[in-house]
Design a protein around this ligand. Structure first.
Ligand SMILES: Cc1ncc(COP(=O)(O)O)c(C=O)c1O
Length: 294
């Protein structure tokens, strides 16, 4: 299938305060963010025209920017409103939403204290993040580890942190896998390149503590949904050899939603009842049919 480039589509992008025609949402090549990764972003999904956990995402965007040392010049209420305006303008009630904030072109060099801060929001129709999602995806191990919190701003959804994700995902895809599972700097299981991970061991869900990677909004929703079903959830350090004891494994994320995992390296899993129940519950939660409190 021919690729439709993301800079050559119809629609509207909210750019620094107003909707502009899609193809006009352009940057100069001397933009600090593309040289020094001074950008933070969000990934959201709208279901039936309503963005799931919009306020949590807009707040995380603001918090991510503060961790990188800049303030987005809009309030959380203004970002929520701009997001809803963009979803409505593009006319696709089920869509992916991508807000991004970045340092502009006023200064070049590592220091960029006087750069203007920009904000843009785009939306587009996006189906399953993983092909063959339902039957379970195959993962390999990533070459890179998630960095320690004193090595990088790991609590921020910062563009720079995705450098090792793209390298790892490309290498996995080149070997025929859907994605790569990343360890952290201690050698414990961390997450996939764009999603958190859970495993079911004898009816109990285990997931790594998000102390050096993103505490996903989907992750928190799935924990609440599991507890709602009286499924015990343990957040703890998990070592890779513990995968040998897991019966089910799944990923969670805005793009991935709840995606069963069939294979990680030498370990094989069969998507089972817990995964199926949480996929179903998450689908209902995104459409407001189950209330999830984070
Ligand atoms: C690296 C990474 N981890 C985890 C997640 C899951 O976060 P959320 O559920 O908030 O989308 C994402 C984004 O989807 C991500 O990019």
């Amino acid at each position: 299938m021919a690729l439709v480039p993301y800079d050559d589509r119809d629609g509207w992008i909210w750019f620094d305060g107003k909707l502009v025609p899609w193809r006009d949402a352009k940057l100069h090549v001397l933009t600090h963010a593309i040289h020094y990764a001074s950008a933070v972003f969000e990934g959201e999904r709208a279901y039936g025209g309503k963005v799931f956990k919009l306020r949590e995402h807009s707040q995380r965007l603001i918090d991510s920017a503060r961790i990188l040392g800049f303030d987005i010049p809009y309030t959380v209420e203004q970002i929520d409103a701009a997001t809803m305006e963009t979803v409505a303008a593009n006319g696709a009630p089920d869509c992916y939403v991508r807000p991004i904030a970045w340092r502009g072109s006023e200064m070049m060099g590592v220091s960029a204290q006087q750069s203007k801060i920009h904000l843009a929001i785009a939306t587009w129709a996006w189906g399953n993040y993983f092909a063959d999602k339902e039957k379970g995806i195959r993962l390999t191990w990533a070459k890179y580890a998630r960095p320690a919190p004193n090595t990088a701003p790991t609590a921020s959804k910062a563009a720079g942190l995705y450098m090792i994700c793209t390298i790892s995902k490309h290498e996995a895809e080149a070997q025929g896998y859907a994605d790569a599972l990343m360890l952290d700097w201690r050698g414990q299981i961390a997450e996939a390149t764009g999603a958190n991970v859970f495993m079911a061991i004898d009816g109990v869900l285990h997931t790594p503590k998000p102390d050096c990677f993103l505490d996903g909004i989907t992750r928190r929703s799935v924990i609440a949904l599991a507890k709602n079903r009286q499924i015990q959830v343990v957040e703890r350090a998990i070592w890779p050899d513990e995968l040998a004891r897991a019966q089910e494994v799944f990923l969670t994320g805005t793009a991935a939603e709840v995606t069963p995992v069939a294979e990680i390296g030498e370990h094989k899993f069969t998507p089972g009842a817990i995964t199926a129940a949480l996929m179903d519950d998450f689908g209902k939660a995104t459409r407001g049919e189950i209330d999830v409190k984070l």
